[in-house]
Design a protein around this ligand. Structure first.
Ligand code: MG
Ligand code: ZN
Length: 238
């Protein structure tokens, strides 16, 4: 599900059959001119930066939808401000199983989304979209109790957002604080960056759960993305 801000971004759809990317891409964002030769210009897609919410952007308060309790995670405000200056679409990708589990109603996500938008603006950033999965396999709300393809580590939210906004997912990055984020990103075809900030506790490993890079917080992650040259290569920097 999505709550688009419609913040002036011209959506360009890409085909529904777009294949999931092969792995082994270099850890760099490909440029807007990096599409297939002969592609029509209007179908060229640029990269985005996808961001997990709880524990990545915000200090993790379980099942919180109260705007008054929303705070930036350490380093997140500075990191978001740095990412914002790149001019790439910023999209939040969040599991919200509290809907299925009866912790809150789906409408309770609206004030939370508005506060998140305000926090982006406060950091000089703009949230293009807030994409969330309301499902859980062991929920209590029948409409949302299911095995879905959008609950991370499944890639559905990322693939859906990329399709809606015409984003080149292979050139994009997903930043999260647990290995389920990494797996979702890799399954979608993104590059992945793990914030090793203590929120991952199980460390169940697999080929899908190896990030391209690890940073301590969003501040350090944003510095690495910029100074690693990935974003400059994408033409996102002068
Ligand atoms: Mg998280
Ligand atoms: Zn779902």
């Amino acid at each position: 599900m999505t709550m688009s801000t419609g913040a002036g971004f011209r959506a360009r759809r890409i085909g529904p059959g777009r294949p999931v990317a092969a792995r082994g891409q270099p850890p760099a964002l490909r440029g807007r001119d990096g599409g297939a030769a002969g592609a029509m210009p209007e179908r060229r897609a640029g990269p985005a930066i996808f961001l997990d919410k709880d524990g990545t952007l915000l200090a993790d308060v379980p099942y919180n939808v109260n705007p008054d309790r929303m705070r930036f995670a350490p380093g997140a405000r500075a990191g978001l401000a740095r990412l914002a200056r790149l001019g790439l679409p910023l999209i939040v990708i969040s599991n919200q199983p509290g809907v299925a589990l009866g912790k809150f109603g789906i409408d309770d996500l609206q004030p939370m989304r508005r506060k998140l938008e305000a926090m982006f603006l406060e950091a000089g950033a703009s949230m293009l979209d807030f994409c969330f999965c309301p499902h859980h396999p062991q929920g209590v709300h029948p409409a949302y109790t299911k095995i879905c393809d959008c609950r991370k580590p499944a890639p559905g939210l990322l693939c859906g957002a990329a399709g809606r906004h015409g984003i080149d997912i292979v050139a994009s990055w997903f930043i999260g604080d647990i290995l389920d984020d990494v797996e979702a990103g890799r399954r979608a075809g993104c590059h992945t960056l793990l914030l090793d900030n203590g929120n991952e506790t199980e460390w169940r490993g697999s080929e899908w759960r190896r990030p391209d890079h690890v940073a301590a917080d969003l501040d350090e992650a944003s510095l690495w993305l910029v100074h690693g040259g990935a974003l400059r290569h994408a033409g996102a920097l002068p």
